[in-house]
Design a protein around this ligand. Structure first.
Ligand code: ZN
Length: 96
């Protein structure tokens, strides 16, 4: 990876109920996941290098599904849309 400014970013996963695991980036600096879902860790690396915006780019009418977010630190339930490969809700650990 390299680059001091990237040190606060961690690889994380989003697991769908059917067992599909997508790869995401978690920012430890602001305790939030970036919304993009990647199919493979290699794809995640490309995305990692161009982490500029955290906004979904498509005009998708989200078909939301429940996913389990797993970061190196925590795990929680969120929502994601496979059609546009984006997390749609609960990008950060919900307050108890
Ligand atoms: Zn969508």
């Amino acid at each position: 990876m390299g680059g001091v400014e990237l040190m606060a970013h961690w690889p994380a996963t989003a697991k769908f109920k059917d067992g599909t695991v997508m790869h995401i980036v978690y920012s430890g600096t602001v305790d939030v996941c970036f919304s993009k879902l990647c199919n493979a860790e290699e794809e995640l690396c490309f995305y990692w290098e161009s982490l500029d915006d955290n906004e979904p780019t498509s005009k998708c009418e989200h078909n939301e599904e429940e996913v389990i977010i797993q970061t190196p630190f925590d795990s929680w339930t969120a929502k994601a849309c496979r059609k546009c490969n984006n997390l749609t809700a609960n990008l950060r650990l919900p307050e108890m």
